[in-house]
Design a protein around this ligand. Structure first.
Ligand code: SF4
Ligand code: SF4
Length: 285
């Protein structure tokens, strides 16, 4: 583990009580539709990925970050995790990172993506100092992947079923060795979906490990209203434990993910409760 990783609360559990992170919600669009995702709701009481109170333009995000940095002790990680996908909004993502880098050169930069459109930007994000990237890979068998996504949009064309799944997978997996060639720490997020991939995540871990990935985060699905998977049962603790144990044979497990909102700010599990007020203020500037 590098020194930076030791200061990243998501990659090193011992840092979660001492080092804070912020997600800058600058990426509203998405280029795929996961069957478990609904970004329509904006509720300050709802804590799950894809949810934010406001979307910020890059210049607003930097001003907001300056305000947060004064309020949050030891804010060490700046991440972009939506509320859509950072690379479905590459202009906003790169511009935000450029501005943030100029103001906060010593912070850790972190991105979380579905990986579909990451590859063309790897050299650029590495040059901007990104040290940690998370890619959500739910399966490495296209037949299984196809059950998880409604569509995949790439270069203005929409793909569905196994064809879309193959494309997504190919592009996700191609990113791992390229990120590693830049010395970037790679975390794989896999959503545990009972009846779909609970016995397959071990294969995801095995394959991604062979490509050089570092960490795996097996996250139980949050069945969300108005999604294909709204009635899916939540994985029980036995299933979660088993999946993590199996995957952990191949990749370092991260088991303390707090499933944060796209506008989370603070220590993991102890987010500031009024960021929505601050966000709205900076979104209107
Ligand atoms: Fe939602 Fe993220 Fe999936 Fe896009 S990639 S549909 S934002 S969960
Ligand atoms: Fe870290 Fe998980 Fe929160 Fe992302 S969602 S910031 S990985 S704890």
């Amino acid at each position: 583990m590098t020194t930076t990783t030791a200061q990243h609360p998501c990659f090193d559990e011992s840092a979660k009580h001492t080092h804070a992170r912020v997600h800058l919600p600058v990426a509203p669009q998405c280029n795929i539709q996961c069957n478990y995702c609904n970004r329509k709701f904006d509720c300050v009481n709802e804590s799950r990925p894809g949810v934010t109170s406001s979307v910020l333009a890059p210049f607003q995000a930097v001003a907001y970050l300056k305000a947060l940095d004064e309020r949050i002790e030891n804010l060490s990680v700046i991440g972009i995790a939506g509320p859509g996908d950072p690379f479905a909004n590459p202009k906003e993502t790169i511009e935000t990172m450029r501005l943030v880098k100029a103001e906060f050169p010593d912070k850790i930069f972190c991105l979380s993506t579905n990986g579909l459109n990451l590859e063309p930007y790897i050299d650029e994000i590495a040059a901007l100092g990104v040290t940690h990237v998370t890619i959500t890979i739910n399966a490495i068998d296209p037949e299984i992947t196809a059950k998880v996504y409604r569509w995949v949009r790439f270069e203005k064309k929409v793909y569905r079923g196994v064809e879309g799944a193959r494309l997504l997978l190919e592009r996700q997996l191609a990113c791992i060795p390229k990120l590693k060639a830049h010395g970037i720490t790679v975390k794989i997020n896999s959503i545990i979906m009972p009846g779909i991939n609970e016995d397959h995540i071990v294969e995801v871990a095995k394959h991604c490990a062979s490509l050089g990935a570092d960490v795996i985060n097996c996250i139980p699905i949050i069945p969300t209203a108005e999604t294909e998977f709204q009635d899916m049962p939540k994985p029980d603790s036995k299933m979660v434990f088993k999946t993590r144990l199996q995957a952990g044979e191949y990749l370092k497990p991260m088991n303390h993910c707090a499933r944060c909102r796209a506008d989370a700010a603070g220590l993991l599990g102890q987010d500031l409760s009024d960021t929505h007020v601050l966000l709205k203020e900076y979104a209107s500037r």
